[in-house]
Design a protein around this ligand. Structure first.
Ligand code: ADP
Ligand code: MG
Length: 722
């Protein structure tokens, strides 16, 4: 069934044969093959140079420029041995995408031949013409230069192409004034700030061999796959990354038969190739499975230091997209490609720690470790309560609005889930400390007496945006399409603030002669009393929670303009400035860029809705209307009965559709004046309602118009034919 184009697409899908490839090289041997990492460096660099580079990677020491030439030449030799003719500085502009500018190694030499050149200076600094990247007013055109600088903490790697390879150098992207134009610079800065404060807390707990504290991140990536034949027949998927039309299929996700079900063979073949590609880049892809919705899947790598996890996550998104094409599929990373079925998130799991002190969010075996663990947990509680608005703002985007704040978990309210055991402990602490624990008798929170806690992932609360899962927190609000930089910058910074506060309180108490155990007890009681409002273990999806959260004074920011307003809050500006993560100007520029992106996305969708509505949906409906009217007239002429119900319904919907299209056109024609915030609010309030109305009429028509006239591939086709 279906229109001719749809029938052809379905036939192409069923005729598709999975390409089988020679993957005999064991995965283990592939790992890190394309990476110029420590092993490769050690083998190729003079000892002192190697040591200097490793110090920079491990301790964040500035790179000694005198070693740059040695590193560059070793790197070039390695790259050329691996088939690279070009190198690229890779950077992460505020669009959330990955940008790269390629240059040839070849330079002219005096005898009119050419030779491969790649100096330390070229390694350390590049000058892409960055003038067309959004900068939110930081650069005016007369000072359009942006500089890329090698980020030594992230290893260079080879990007393979059947026609030739490229050496990729991860970089930061800054203006000539040193201001951050990218998503990587603030991540590195926030990491440093967090480390300093964490060390203060560790010192109080008597540690002496304190290694640099880092944050670790492991991001679970959800995505949809659709066959290319359907993708190219859906202009909305192509321009907006999501379907702007489409009635829900008769069979959706309610049978729960897809989740963790057998992976379709074609998809598995794809996943196997994705994993291999990632392995070569030193990314340890760990899990792969079907997700809740039909056509939806997930991949999760092993967690890493968040600066590296960030770059790898970007590479993972690129790889997911690229490899899909090799199997005639398109990978959709949009947060809500299909209305009425589960959306896609990117759950960012994070912890903090280091080699010597281990994972600081892991409940330990001894009372001492546990008191320390509770202090770091308390830091998270304080952070989430004081800066929930910032956490919401860093995950704001037009597409993520369809998850947060819509009828989907997690909600737009930023609260945290602690699980039963930890909740019980903090409940007792709130009551004053020396109390009985559920399981273990008397509990006094102190470094000497706290009983061991089981590392208990607890029952998983899937509706909480911020959940403790045994030895880490899982931030579930980030969208599938987003960079993990924003979330990790926010987490590092607000943790720095909380640990600064905690260290100062404890240092002051101890200096005043208070017993350390008592000081910890007092501190924990104060934090859970002042900031416990952010803790919520119930169903975050319920209406009651919306009311309860309001009485607790928690923010409920449903849309991107509301969320981005948080970047103007004095407390947010101050915390980012105080810890040297983003200056007020850098923060304002981000607010500006993200608002522009929101306006742009809503406009693209509005225009696409208007166009598809008028040129594709309306003609189909009108054709069918004409057909029905013809039948009605013929039957009437011979005095046969005719039920006019369908005719009337379609006619009514066509009128509705036309009306909504007119409203949408009028809204699109209106050029609002004012600030970017005012534009964003106008886009939200004047474009989205008529878009929704156009879609409602169109989706209702889909249920009435003869299937052979319906022009767009249906949800059923796109979601079940893989
Ligand atoms: P889930 O059961 O939540 O779906 P997954 O196995 O899909 O779990 O993903 C969990 C993610 O959390 C992985 O990326 C994993 O590496 C990461 N993770 C595990 N432990 C930690 C930790 N201590 N710190 C940060 N991330 C972690
Ligand atoms: Mg998972």
């Amino acid at each position: 069934s279906g229109s001719a184009a749809r029938r052809a697409a379905v036939k192409a899908v069923s005729d598709y044969a999975i390409p089988h490839k020679d993957f005999s090289e064991p995965l283990g041997e592939l790992f890190g093959k394309n990476v110029f990492g420590p092993t490769e460096m050690k083998a190729r660099l003079p000892k002192n140079v190697f040591r200097s580079v490793i110090a920079t990677i491990d301790e964040g020491a500035p790179l000694d420029p005198t070693v740059a030439d040695a590193v560059a030449s070793a790197m070039r030799d390695w790259a050329m041995e691996n088939g690279a003719s070009h190198y690229a500085h890779v950077f992460y502009p505020l669009t959330g995408l990955t940008a790269e500018k390629h240059d040839s190694f070849l330079e002219p030499s005096s005898d009119s031949s050419s030779m491969a050149e790649f100096s330390g200076k070229t390694l350390l600094q590049g000058e892409p013409d960055g003038s067309s990247f959004p900068n939110g007013g930081i650069r005016s055109t007369f000072e359009a230069r942006g500089y890329t600088g090698w980020d030594v903490t992230s290893p260079a790697y080879i990007l393979e192409n059947p026609n030739g390879n490229t050496l990729c150098i991860p970089t930061v992207f800054i203006s000539w004034t040193g201001e951050a134009l990218d998503k990587k610079t603030p991540l590195l800065r926030s990491q440093q700030a967090m480390s300093v404060q964490a060390a203060r807390v560790l010192r109080l707990f008597g540690h002496t061999d304190i290694d640099t504290v880092v944050s670790y991140a492991g991001a679970e990536q959800e995505y949809f796959l659709v066959d290319e034949h359907f993708y190219y027949a859906r202009p909305d998927l192509m321009s907006a990354g999501r379907t702007l039309f489409g009635a829900p299929p008769a069979k959706g996700q309610e049978f729960d038969d897809h989740y963790f079900g057998a992976i379709p063979e074609r998809v598995l073949a794809y996943m196997i190739e994705v994993d291999r590609e990632l392995f070569k880049q030193g990314i340890l892809a760990k899990t792969r499975h079907n997700e809740v919705a039909p056509g939806q899947f997930e991949i999760a790598p092993l967690f890493e230091r968040s600066n590296l996890a960030h770059d790898h996550q970007q590479l993972m998104m690129t790889t997911l997209r690229k490899v899909a094409g090799r199997y005639n599929m398109t990978c959709l990373l949009h947060e809500k490609p299909f209305a009425g079925v589960n959306g896609s998130g990117k759950h960012v799991n994070f912890s903090i720690g280091n080699k010597n002190q281990g994972n600081l969010l892991n409940p330990g075996d001894t009372p001492h470790e546990n008191a320390q663990f509770l202090v770091f947990c308390a830091a998270v509680i304080r952070s989430v309560h004081l800066y929930g608005g910032l956490l919401r703002a860093v995950v704001a985007s037009a597409s993520n609005d369809f998850r947060l704040g819509a009828n989907e978990a997690p909600p737009a309210i930023i609260s945290m889930f602690l699980g039963d055991q930890l909740m019980d402990v903090f409940d007792q602490i709130a009551k004053g400390g020396a109390t009985g624990s559920k399981e273990s008798g008397t509990l006094h929170v102190g470094v000497d007496t706290l009983p061991p806690m089981k590392a208990d992932p607890g029952d998983r609360n899937r509706t909480s945006p911020f959940a403790f899962t045994g030895n880490r927190f899982e931030f579930r609000a980030p969208g599938s399409n987003q960079s993990i930089s924003g979330p990790m910058v926010a987490i590092n910074t607000i943790m720095a603030e909380a640990m600064d506060h905690i260290a100062t309180e404890l240092e002051t108490a101890v200096a005043a002669g208070t017993d350390f155990n008592d000081a910890v007890q007092t501190l924990l009681t104060a934090i859970i009393t002042d900031h416990g409002a952010a803790v919520f273990n119930g169903n975050g999806y319920s209406d009651e929670w919306q009311e309860e959260a309001a009485t607790r004074g928690l923010l409920n920011l449903r849309t991107t303009p509301d969320a981005l307003q948080q970047f103007s809050e004095p407390a947010v500006i101050e915390v980012l400035d105080k810890y040297d993560v983003l200056s007020p100007r850098e923060l304002a520029s981000r607010q500006e860029v993200y608002l522009e992106q929101y306006i742009l996305s809503v406009h693209v969708e509005a225009k696409q809705t208007a166009e598809l509505g008028r040129t594709t949906i309306l003609p189909a409906a009108q054709r069918y209307l004409g057909e029905l009217a013809g039948v009605a007239a013929s039957l009437k002429a011979v005095d046969l009965p005719w039920d006019t119900g369908t005719l009337t319904a379609i006619s009514g919907l066509v009128t509705e559709l036309l009306g909504a299209l007119e409203q949408l056109d009028a809204a699109l024609a209106h050029e609002p004046e004012g600030t970017s915030m005012e534009h964003a609010v106008a886009a939200r309030d004047t474009l989205i309602p008529p878009m929704t109305a156009v879609r409602a009429a169109a989706d209702a028509l889909e249920g009435l118009v003869a299937d052979d006239l319906w022009p767009l591939p249906t949800y059923q086709e796109m979601l079940t034919v893989i």
